[in-house]
Design a protein around this ligand. Structure first.
Ligand code: DHB
Ligand code: MG
Length: 239
């Protein structure tokens, strides 16, 4: 990439970020609890990769559209998306969130506590592929909405478990399914996703395409988090 190209790219990202601020300032209420969750996450050294505020509100609206009483989240990070999703629940609603990194989970628990959601949210600290069979055996699910936003190399396994923990009508949402277009070029990879991240996302698409029990699409997004996307899959038949 030449110098001019790089400049153009960063100007574009600046504009995406400015437009995100415009949207967020107009359409989202000031929210010290959510801002505080991001600040505490940064102070604890978590990577700044939580969903953006307007994306968080999208998750909140999707959960309300589903009439979700039960939500499963894979990848808690500092609990930012967790708080958005849990706030969409009616009284008595429950959110189960899975986090492999104990330091992330500790930061998330504190943020969830400050949001007054400790009784609503259950944080499991272990690799999600260990926790999922355990909670399934214990009778968890079916969940009304499932948000997949953990390590991307395991997306195929996460999708299989999401289906097992679904009913007809469950909405499965997955973050980071575009990665600046890197999903077209698995050989190029994505250093920020680590080994197998892009392959995991591509395999996830292939599973969606082959799965008769879901109706799915994906949408490319730009904004403060760059150029990426969300996949949405509606479960149309019992798993
Ligand atoms: C990144 C962003 C994410 O939303 C995520 O879940 C993982 C990584 C990133 O930009 O590196
Ligand atoms: Mg993500």
């Amino acid at each position: 990439m030449n110098g001019a190209g790089y400049c153009e790219r960063s100007m574009t990202h600046e504009q995406w970020t400015a437009v995100d601020s415009y949207i967020t300032d107009l359409l989202l209420e000031p929210d010290p609890v959510l801002d505080g969750a991001l600040e505490a996450s940064a102070a604890a050294g978590l990577p700044p990769i939580a969903v953006s505020p307007n994306q968080g509100k999208l998750l909140y609206l999707l959960a309300q559209l589903c009439g979700a009483h039960t939500i499963l989240e894979l990848g808690t990070l500092g609990g930012y998306s967790t708080i958005w999703l849990a706030r969409a629940l009616p009284p008595g609603g429950r959110l189960v969130t899975l986090e492999a990194n104990p330091e992330y989970a500790e930061a998330a628990r504190a943020n969830i506590e400050r949001a007054g959601l400790t009784k609503v949210v259950q944080v499991h600290v272990a690799p999600a592929l260990d926790t999922l069979p355990k909670i399934a055996r214990e009778g968890a699910g079916p969940f009304d909405l499932i948000f997949i936003d953990a390590d991307k190399q395991n997306n195929p396994g996460y999708f299989e478990w999401a289906l097992k923990l679904s009913r007809a009508g469950t909405l499965i949402v997955a973050d980071n399914v575009v990665r600046g277009g890197a999903i077209l070029d698995p050989a190029a990879g994505d250093p920020r996703l680590g080994d197998g991240g892009i392959q995991g996302v591509r395999r996830f698409y292939e599973l969606l395409a082959a799965e008769p029990r879901v109706s799915a699409t994906a949408i490319q997004t730009v904004g403060s988090k760059g150029y990426d996307g969300f996949a949405l899959a509606l479960v149309t038949a019992e798993a």
